[in-house]
Design a binder for this molecule. Sequence first.
Ligand code: SAM
Ligand code: SF4
Ligand code: SF4
Length: 334
Amino acid sequence: MRKVPLTESLRIIARGSLNWLTERPIVVSFEVTDSCTCWCRHCDHGGPKDTSHDMKPVDYRRYMDVLGPVVVQISGGEPLMRRDLPEVVRNIKSDSGLPFIILVSNWSLMSEERYLNLRKAGVDEFCVSLDFPDERHDDFRKLPGLYRNLSEIVPKLAALGHDDIVMNNCITAANVNEVNKVADRAREWGVNINFSAYSPRRTGCRDYFLNTPEQLSMLDRELANIKSRLDKSHWITNNQTTLEATSRYFRKGGAPSCKAGLRWLVVTSNGYLQPCSMQFKRYAVHDQARMVREFTRTNTCDECYVSIRSYLDKGFPQLLRENVAEFFSFQSGQ
Ligand SMILES: C[S@@+](CC[C@H](N)C(=O)[O-])C[C@H]1O[C@@H](n2cnc3c(N)ncnc32)[C@H](O)[C@@H]1O
Ligand code: SF4
Ligand code: SF4
C-alpha cells in the first residue's frame, strides 16, 4: 500500500491527537446517498431510494467546519451513483490536504475517467468491496456482471501505478472458506486487501454470522494462513492483532467498549449525525456532545467489528499505529 507522505502523516497525527483530547471525531463517515446499484444479502441499503433530500456538495464544507475529522469515509448506499461526487470531495478536502479521504464503493459504476477525476478532487484511497473471488460475488450482491466488471477495471486502474486501491472482504459464513483465495485475487489484480467481519445488526439475520464450530475452525485455518503471509506482504493491510480480534469477535459474538458517536460517527445523506450506520438515533450537526452524553456514555452495543479497532483507549498516535493505520490502510510500517 502506498505510504502516506511524512508531512501528511504528521498533520494527521497532530490534528488526530487534538481531536482525541477535545472529544471531536477522528473519523466521519458521510453516507452521501441511500440509493444503491446492488441488493447485497448482508446489507440493509439495497436498491434505489428517494434522493431528493440528499445534501448538496456545498453543504459538506459546513459539516467539515463543525466536525473537523482527520479521516473521512465517503460511503452510502453506493456513492458513485452521485454524478456530482468530485464536487462533494472538493468540498470535503481542505487546502492543508486533510482530511485523508477514503471512497468506499462497490465499483459497479467505476471508469478510468471517474477514477482519475476523483483522485484529482482529493480521494486518497479507494476501498472496493469483494465478497468472493469469482462470479459468486454477483449472486451475493444480486448484480449480474459485477465480478466480470471488477476483473477488468480493477487491474486496469491498478496498472496506472497509484497504489491506492484496497479490496475489502467482509467475512461471512458464506465466504469464510474463501479468505485466502480472495487475497490471491487481489494480488493477481495488483491491489491491496483488507478483511472485515459480518455484523448481524444491519439486517437482523444471523445466518451469515459464524455460528458453528466448523465455521470457526475454518476461520482460524484461513486466518492462520493469512498471518503467515503478512511478513512477506504489504498488500494485506490487516495486522496480526486485528486478525486475532476478528477470531475473538466471532467466537464471543461481539466486540466490547464501542466508542461510536465519540471517536467516529456517521452523517446521513440528509444531514443528521448518527453514532454509526447501524444505530438510528439522530442528532443535528451541532449536537455531537449531546450524542456522546446520551448515547456513547451508556452504549452497550457490541454487535459489530468496527469497535475491534478502537476498544483500546489509547492516545491517538498509538491508535493510529496499531488500529487506525490498518483500518484505513495507512502504511503503518509493520
Ligand atoms: C454499506 S457498504 C457502502 C459502500 C458500497 N456500497 C460498498 O458496498 O462498498 C460499506 C461496506 O459495508 C459492508 N457491509 C455491508 N453489510 C455489512 C454487514 N452486515 N456487516 C459488515 N459489513 C457489511 C460492505 O460489504 C461494504 O464493504
Ligand atoms: S453493501 Fe454496499 S453495495 Fe451492497 S447493498 Fe449495501 S450499500 Fe449497496
Ligand atoms: S458496536 Fe458500535 S459501531 Fe457497532 S453497531 Fe454497535 S454501536 Fe454501532
